[in-house]
Write a protein of this length. Structure first.
Length: 230
């Protein structure tokens, strides 16, 4: 827009100069009218662009908070949504580091998906995103683990997207491993590794970024593994 604006100002100055000169010498400033119209075109375009820019709809300013019983989303348009921990289906973190060989950059995103309604997404545009995500994830885990543990004790399964747990073991697409075979479940270099006893390679690896309810999964898996070892 700057070159167009400069061109418009230059043409306007030139047209005005000629109009003044024509008026002084011939008493007919309108001889320069074509040049004035030509100058008005880029200036009008710049004015139109600026009006569209300043009058465009602004996205709402959003605040997200977690408290003792759940998560709250509020915007400056007066819309407020609150979800208790029991009303939340999953809390998922996407912490992805990209390296080009010289420098690296990490992006962070936290997605809170309620059982019903739109997801609440918190990204790097929110100040203090990382400690906020860690605190919210821990709070959700403390609230969710007892409920999912009770479901397991009742003979049910708890699904974590691509993998599930029950009191007998871990399963994925028809594959299952019993808890007595599991040596450990851990997160290493951005991967969730499930290791079988006596084997050097993991029995299964899953991406940690995007793993729903990862804290809950690790807590329940460790508790069930320890129970079957003792």
């Amino acid at each position: 827009m700057l070159p167009v604006g400069v061109l418009g100002v230059f043409l306007g100055w030139l047209a005005l100069s000629y109009a003044i000169e024509d008026q002084r010498e011939q008493g007919a400033w309108y001889y320069s009218l074509p040049l004035l119209v030509l100058a008005a075109l880029p200036l009008g375009f710049v004015v139109y662009f600026l009006l569209v820019w300043f009058l465009r709809p602004r996205p709402p300013k959003i605040w997200v908070a977690w408290y003792e019983h759940g998560v709250l989303r509020h915007d400056d348009r007066g819309e407020t949504r609150a979800h208790t921990w029991d009303e939340i289906a999953s809390v998922t973190r996407h912490d992805v580091t990209v390296t080009n060989g010289v420098t690296s950059a990490t992006t962070h995103r936290l997605t809170v998906q309620p059982e019903h309604g739109a997801a609440i997404v918190v990204g790097d545009e929110f100040g203090g995103m990382v400690p906020f995500a860690e605190g919210l994830g821990d709070a959700f885990g403390h609230a969710r683990v007892p409920r999912d543990a009770a479901r397991l004790e009742a003979g049910g399964r708890v699904d974590f997207g691509v993998v599930d747990l029950d009191v007998n073991g871990i399963g994925q697409d028809g594959r299952r491993i019993g808890w007595r075979e599991v040596e450990r479940v851990e997160v290493k270099r951005g991967r969730v590794e499930i290791r079988r006893r006596g084997e050097r390679k993991p029995w299964m690896t899953l991406a940690a970024p995007g793993f729903p309810n990862l804290t809950v999964f690790l807590t329940l898996a460790e508790a069930l593994r320890r129970r079957h070892v003792s």
